[in-house]
Design a protein around this ligand. Structure first.
Ligand SMILES: Cc1ncc(C[n+]2csc(CCOP(=O)(O)OP(=O)(O)O)c2C)c(N)n1
Length: 557
C-alpha cells in the first residue's frame, strides 16, 4: 500500500509508542500536521517552538523516554535551537522533527529556508536531512535508537516538504527504534575498583545524572551504606539518593553546603558514577579533591579523564557497574571518617530559618512541606534554582527537572507542562524567577488550555537575582542591568491567560495562602514577593577551589 512521507512519520511515531508530541505548524511541516490530524497521537500546540522543545524535554526527563517536538523550517527550527542544545548538555533524549523547504529549493534562500542540519550539527547527538520518503523508514526508528542509547541526547530529523508529500509503497514496517542494551562491565576493572575501595579510609560517593538515568539510585545507596561513604550529588543527580538518608550530603560544588565541600577536600577516594566533573561541581578542577584517587564510571567513554584523571575507570552503564561493585565490596565501618563528617556537620549548623515565608529559603521549605516525595519540581535558572536545589527535599530520581548544563532561563514552565502531560498522576510545581518566567511566559496559554495540575511559583525579587548577587560579590557592588523598575503584576498576568493567580504580597497570611494555592487542584500561578537582596550562600567564586567558598551554610530543609 502507498503512503505519503508525512503518514509514514506518523505511523512510525505511533509504532514507537509516542503518545504526545508538542509543536507549532507552518508552511514546511503542514503535510506532517495534515497527517497528524488522522493519527492517534495527541498534539500539544505550544505558543513558541522553544516552549515545544522544553515540553518535550519535560516529558523525557520525567519518563526517561525520548520526547518529541515539531517545528516548521526557518524560524520554527531556529526557535528550537536552545531547547536542543539544552537537551545535549543535560543528556536528555529528544527527537526534533523539523520541516524543510522542498529539496530542489534547498540552497536558494527560499522563504523560511535555514540550514537546520548545519545549525544543529554541534548541538545534537546526531542529525539527519532526509532526502526521500523511503529514507524515513530507516531514519525515524534510528533517531529514537540514537536519542535513547548510551548517553542519551537530542536527534534532529529535518524533512523537506516534498519528502513529506511523496508517496511510496511500504511493505513491512521497520521495528521501533529502542535503546541499545548497555555493554557488560569488565570484571577485572570492577575487581580493581573494589580493591581500591577496600583500602580507602575516607571515601566519598559522587553521583550524577547518569545514576538517575540508569535507575541506579537504590544500588548507589546500598553501596554507600556498604562502604559507609558519604554521598554527594551533582545538580542532575539530586534525588538519586533520598535527601533524608543520613549519608546524603546533598549537592556539591558552587552552592553546596560548606561541610559537603570541606569533607570532599579531605577525601582519599572518590567513587564517581554517571557524572562528568562539570565546573559548577568541581570549582577549580586542579584543586578538586586534591587528596583523592578517582574511580570514574561513565557511560560516555569521552568523559573519562577529560577533566580529572582517574586511577581506575569504566565506560559503562552506572547501574551495571554499581551492581558489579556491590558483588565485590564487603561492608566496612570507617568510624574515623564518620566522626570527621559529624564534626564538620556540627561546625556548620544551618542558620536559624525564622518563620518569614517570604525569605526565599523558607518559601522553598514551605513548598517542600506541601509536596509529596513524588511531586515533580521544575525550576528556571537563577537564585531560585539554587535555593530549590539546596533546600527542597528531593527523595526520588526524575523529580527535579532543571536546566543544569546550559542553564536556560525559560526552561521551567514548559518543562513542567511536559512533566504533567507525561505523568498526569503527579503534582508538578514550577519554581521560577521574575526574570525567567517572562522568557517563556506565553506557555501559560498552553497551560490554561490543557488545564494541567501545574503550580507556578514566581520567586519575585524584582531582580535578575543571580546576576545581582555576582555584581555584589565579585564586581564591588557595581550593579548594572540586574534590577527591574517595572513591576509586572504576575497574578493578574496569570488571570489574563485564564489561570488562577494568587499574590502572596496581598495576603494577610502568605504561608497559608501558599499552602492553599498549592493544595487546590488545577493550574495556578503564585507571585511570591521575596526579599530582594538575599544571596544564595555558600558560593564558590567562579574559578576558585571549592574549599574557598564564601558564606555560611545552607538553611535546613
Ligand atoms: C536565556 C538566559 N539568558 C541569560 C542567562 C544569565 N542569567 C543567569 S541567572 C540570571 C538571572 C535570573 O533571574 P530570575 O529568573 O529572576 O531568577 P533569580 O536569580 O532572581 O532567582 C541570568 C540573567 C541565562 N541563564 N539564561
Amino acid at each position: 500500500m502507498k503512503h505519503r512521507g508525512s503518514e509514514i512519520i506518523c505511523r512510525l511515531l505511533e509504532r514507537q509508542g509516542v503518545e504526545v508530541v508538542a509543536g507549532i505548524p507552518g508552511g514546511s511541516n503542514l503535510p506532517l500536521y495534515d497527517a497528524l490530524r488522522d493519527s492517534a497521537i495527541r498534539h500539544v500546540l505550544a505558543r513558541h517552538e522553544q516552549g515545544a522543545g522544553f515540553i518535550a524535554q519535560g516529558m523525557a526527563r520525567v519518563t526517561g523516554r525520548p520526547g518529541v517536538c515539531l517545528a516548521t523550517s526557518g524560524p520554527g527550527a531556529t526557535n528550537l535551537l536552545t531547547a536542543i542544545a539544552d537537551a545535549k548538555l543535560d543528556s536528555v533524549p529528544l527527537v526534533a522533527i523539523t520541516g524543510q523547504v522542498p529539496l530542489p529549493m534547498i540552497g536558494t534562500d527560499a522563504f523560511q529556508e535555514v540550514d537546520t542540519y548545519g545549525l544543529t550539527l554541534p548541538i545534537t547527538k546526531h542529525n539527519f536531512l532526509v532526502r526521500s520518503a523511503a529514507e524515513l523508514l530507516e531514519v525515524i526508528p534510528l533517531a529514537f535508537t540514537l536519542a535513547a542509547s548510551g548517553r542519551p541526547g537530542p536527534v534532529v530529523v529535518d524533512v523537506p516538504k516534498d519528502v513529506q508529500t511523496a508517496s511510496i509503497e511500504v511493505g513491512d514496517w521497520p521495528e521501533p527504534g529502542r535503546a541499545a542494551p548497555p555493554a557488560l562491565c569488565d570484571g577485572a576493572v570492577l575487581d580493581a575498583m573494589a580493591e581500591r575501595i577496600r583500602r580507602a579510609e575516607r571515601p566519598v560517593l559522587y553521583l550524577g545524572g547518569g545514576v538517575a538515568q540508569a535507575g541506579a539510585g537504590g544500588l548507589a545507596r546500598e553501596l554507600a551504606h556498604r562502604m559507609q561513604a558519604p554521598v554527594v550529588c551533582t545538580l542532575m543527580g539530586l534525588g538519586a539518593v533520598p535527601c533524608d538518608d543520613p549519608l546524603c550530603l546533598g549537592m556539591l560544588g558552587m552552592h553546596g553546603a560548606r561541610h559537603t565541600n570541606l569533607l570532599m577536600d579531605e577525601a582519599d577516594l572518590l567513587v564517581v558514577a554517571g557524572a562528568r566533573f562539570d565546573d559548577r561541581a568541581t570549582g577549580r578542577a586542579a584543586e578538586f579533591c586534591r587528596h583523592a584517587d578517582i574511580l570514574h564510571i561513565d557511560i560516555d567513554a569521552s568523559e573519562i579523564d577529560k577533566i580529572k584523571k582517574s586511577c581506575v575507570s569504566l565506560a559503562a552503564d552506572a547501574g551495571l557497574a554499581l551492581e558489579g561493585l556491590l558483588a565485590r565490596v564487603a561492608p566496612a565501618a570507617r568510624p574515623a571518617w564518620a566522626a570527621r563528617l559529624a564534626a564538620l556537620r556540627a561546625a556548620d549548623p544551618a542558620p536559624p530559618a525564622g518563620d518569614d515565608p517570604l525569605l526565599p529559603q523558607n518559601l522553598i521549605r514551605l513548598i517542600g512541606e506541601v509536596s509529596t516525595p513524588d511531586t515533580v519540581v521544575s525550576t528556571d535558572v537563577g537564585q531560585h534554582q539554587m535555593w530549590t536545589a539546596q533546600g527542597y527535599p528531593f527523595r526520588r530520581p526524575r523529580r527535579l527537572l532543571t536546566s543544569g548544563g546550559l542553564g536556560t532561563m525559560g526552561f521551567g514552565l514548559p518543562a513542567a507542562i511536559g512533566a504533567a502531560l507525561a505523568r498526569p498522576d503527579l503534582p508538578v510545581v514550577c519554581v521560577s524567577g521574575d526574570g525567567s518566567i517572562l522568557m517563556n511566559v506565553q506557555e501559560l496559554a498552553t497551560l490554561a488550555e490543557l488545564d494541567l495540575n501545574v503550580k507556578v511559583v514566581v520567586m519575585n525579587n524584582a531582580h535578575l537575582g543571580l546576576v545581582r548577587q555576582q555584581q555584589e560579590l565579585f564586581y564591588q557592588g557595581r550593579y548594572f542591568a540586574s534590577s527591574f523598575s517595572a513591576r509586572p503584576d504576575f497574578a493578574a498576568i496569570a488571570r489574563g491567560f485564564g489561570l488562577r493567580g494568587v499574590d502572596l504580597g496581598a495576603c494577610a497570611d502568605p504561608a497559608a495562602a501558599l499552602r492553599a494555592a498549592l493544595s487546590a487542584p488545577g493550574p495556578c500561578l503564585v507571585n511570591a514577593p521575596v526579599h530582594e537582596t538575599e544571596n544564595v550562600l555558600p558560593m564558590v567564586p567562579p574559578g576558585a577551589a571549592n574549599r574557598e567558598m564564601i558564606g555560611g551554610s545552607v538553611h535546613a530543609n
